[in-house]
Design a binder for this molecule. Structure first.
Ligand SMILES: NC(=O)c1ccc[n+]([C@@H]2O[C@H](COP(=O)([O-])OP(=O)(O)OC[C@H]3O[C@@H](n4cnc5c(N)ncnc54)[C@H](OP(=O)(O)O)[C@@H]3O)[C@@H](O)[C@H]2O)c1
Length: 234
């Protein structure tokens, strides 16, 4: 049966790779985009995850096109890096509002229809730095660590209803988000990765495809590192 899938921030980067991977696996995929145009060949719905009304409207459009959403991937995220003494309160709260509260809005809207269907997959895109920490990223790391507690709590709430909730923690992935880092910083990070290179977005997407598949039916509340060994031990 073709499943209805919704991926937030699916117009570029990791979200787009996830959307294409799931579409190739046979799912009916809706992607949300905040700016620009929807990606070619995918059903796009405009949505800013900091607005609950946008999230609700995006789900309504996806439901009208493909039916109740069975797999939701909360991927939309931002960084606003700066050391804590210089960090304005809104620089902290903006990142929390998008990355953590945004995922809350998306998961909350997704869950009720899943409860009715008695099946569903919630996949949250966290980060290696949520577990290891990262200087200059107190806001981002707090938001990504928050997703772990959020996801594990939700996994306990929903387990008996046949709904799994899992967290994927990518390492250093080749996207616009990391392209803004200067070459010296990128080289320094690459040196600390046991596999010695950045991830391609597709390498994250394939793990999400697995977590969304029947093969992952007995996995819930897990935090899956996809980081080339960068976060080992955390
Ligand atoms: N790249 C990495 O190394 C890495 C590592 C670990 C985790 N991650 C996580 O993976 C996810 C995707 O990252 P990426 O590298 O693909 O980043 P990216 O290329 O910068 O893309 C970010 C995506 O999130 C969307 N987005 C941002 N704020 C939004 C909002 N308020 N409402 C709706 N959509 C919003 C963006 O939409 P617009 O196009 O409209 O801006 C874009 O589609 C993020 O959660 C990120 O924290 C990335």
């Amino acid at each position: 049966m073709v499943r209805s899938v919704l991926v937030t921030g699916g117009n570029r980067g990791i979200g787009l790779a996830i959307a294409r991977e799931l579409a190739a696996a046979g799912d009916a995929v809706a992607v949300t985009y905040r700016s620009g145009e929807p990606p070619e060949g995918l059903f796009g719905v405009r949505c800013d995850v900091t607005r609950a009304a946008d999230v609700d409207a995006a789900f309504e459009k996806a439901e009208a096109e493909h039916g109740p959403v069975e797999v939701v991937v909360a991927n939309a995220g931002i960084t606003k890096d700066t050391l804590l003494p210089m960090m304005k309160e809104e620089t902290f709260t903006d990142v929390i509002d998008t990355n953590l509260t945004g995922a809350y809005r998306v998961a909350k809207r997704a869950v009720r229809p899943m409860l009715r269907m008695r099946r569903g997959r919630v996949i949250l895109i966290s980060s290696v730095v949520g577990l290891s920490g990262s200087a200059g990223q107190t806001n981002y790391a707090a938001s990504k660590a928050g997703l772990v507690g959020f996801g594990r709590s939700l996994a306990r709430e929903l387990g008996s209803r046949g709904i799994t909730v899992n967290v994927v923690a990518p390492g250093f992935v080749e996207t616009d988000m990391t392209a803004v880092l200067d070459e010296a910083t990128q080289e320094q990070i690459r040196k600390s990765i046991p596999l010695g290179r950045q991830a391609h977005a597709e390498e994250i997407a394939r793990v999400v495809r697995f977590l969304a598949s029947d093969d992952a039916s007995y996995i819930t509340g897990a935090v899956i590192p996809v980081d080339g060994g960068l976060g080992m031990g955390h």
